[in-house]
Write a protein that binds this ligand. Structure first.
Ligand code: FAD
Ligand code: FES
Ligand code: MG
Length: 282
């Protein structure tokens, strides 16, 4: 059991948890993730390690409540415990000195971007973080990003903060060919990663994408996280989650991520029914 020492709502849907996990806190690297089972009855889900402190013996994760298991997790409070955490899993992000680095994140992907942006800066790069949110109310971790990157730019769909539009439009506006990035890292919803990767390919900038396929065991055994990169089958949990963004088959990834939609809807309806949220008589 891993005790929750801090729980903070970042938006109505996004919650930050700092959890006791001393062995993971000593070993994690940016880009790695956990397989989390919130309660003994829960399924297992992957969540990125956003931060970790060997001194405090804790790790931090940020979860967006979108379905049954993430909602069950978001309902846990301080002093309660998470049933189990396995990690650190996956390969760390590729971090090296490239000069100017562009990091791009959308939605909860902004949390996943934070440790990567920080690591690029610690490696001596000038780091720009271009981040997207639906509106100013959905902006997360802005202060932390400012401490991790040299430049932080936000786009919001409704223009309530920063650039009005999506992150890819903001990337276009920001780009300066003479002073452009030498490397890019993107993380977020699949359509965003696909469009961002398309743009950096036009610019000729090598780009890594941190992929989010359905993961079950996280150890290379089940095949759930199969992705195609450069025409080759890869398993994101053990060979990723980061891959060459210009080689990823994003259509296949989007298709596979929708495969269990009907089961996910039924699981969520049943959960909301039990906790009295969708008006059913139980
Ligand atoms: P469901 O209703 O079951 O599913 C909603 C959607 O989430 C599905 O349509 C599918 O696209 C995706 N999904 C469902 N089950 C899984 C699964 N087992 N593995 C991956 N995706 C799934 N989310 C965060 O909020 N914060 C993070 O830091 C974060 N990091 C991630 C890191 C990795 C490496 C991966 C692969 C995913 C990450 N995710 C993260 C996504 C998160 O795992 C899913 O949102 C979560 O599993 C949904 O579970 P659910 O039961 O609440 O929703
Ligand atoms: Fe099972 Fe990757 S999650 S092989
Ligand atoms: Mg689920």
């Amino acid at each position: 059991m891993n005790k929750i020492v801090t729980r903070r709502s970042l938006t109505p849907e996004i919650t930050l948890f700092e959890v006791e996990a001393p062995r993971i806190a000593r070993r994690w690297k940016p880009g790695q993730f956990l397989i989390v089972r919130p309660t003994p009855e829960s399924e297992r889900i992957p969540l990125t390690i956003v931060d970790g402190s060997a001194e405090r013996g804790t790790i931090t994760m940020v979860v967006q409540a979108i379905g049954k298991t993430t909602k069950v997790l978001a309902m846990l409070g301080e002093e309660e415990s998470i049933s189990d955490l396995v990690g650190p899993l996956g390969e760390p992000a590729t971090i090296h000195h490239a000069g100017r680095v562009l990091t791009v994140g959308g939605g909860v992907g902004v949390a996943e971007l934070l440790p990567v942006a920080r690591a690029f800066r610690q490696a001596g790069n000038h780091v720009t973080a271009i981040c997207g949110a639906r509106s100013v109310k959905h902006i997360i971790l802005d202060e932390e990003l400012h401490s991790a990157a040299d430049e932080v730019l936000w786009s919001t769909d409704d223009g309530s903060n920063g650039f009005r539009g999506n992150v890819v439009d903001l990337m276009r506006t920001w780009y300066d060919e003479e002073n452009g990035p030498k490397l890019a890292h993107v993380i977020g919803p699949i359509p965003m990663m696909r469009a961002a990767a398309g743009l950096t390919q036009e610019w000729g900038v090598p780009t890594f994408a941190s992929l989010n396929p359905v993961m079950i065991d996280g150890t290379g055994m089940c095949g759930g996280c199969r992705v195609t990169v450069g025409g080759r089958v890869r398993f994101a949990c053990v060979e990723g989650p980061e891959f060459d963004a210009h080689q990823v088959d994003f259509d296949e990834l989007a298709h596979r991520n929708r495969a269990y939609g009907e089961f996910e809807r039924r699981a969520l309806d049943g959960h909301e029914c039990r906790i009295g949220l969708n008006g059913c008589a139980v």
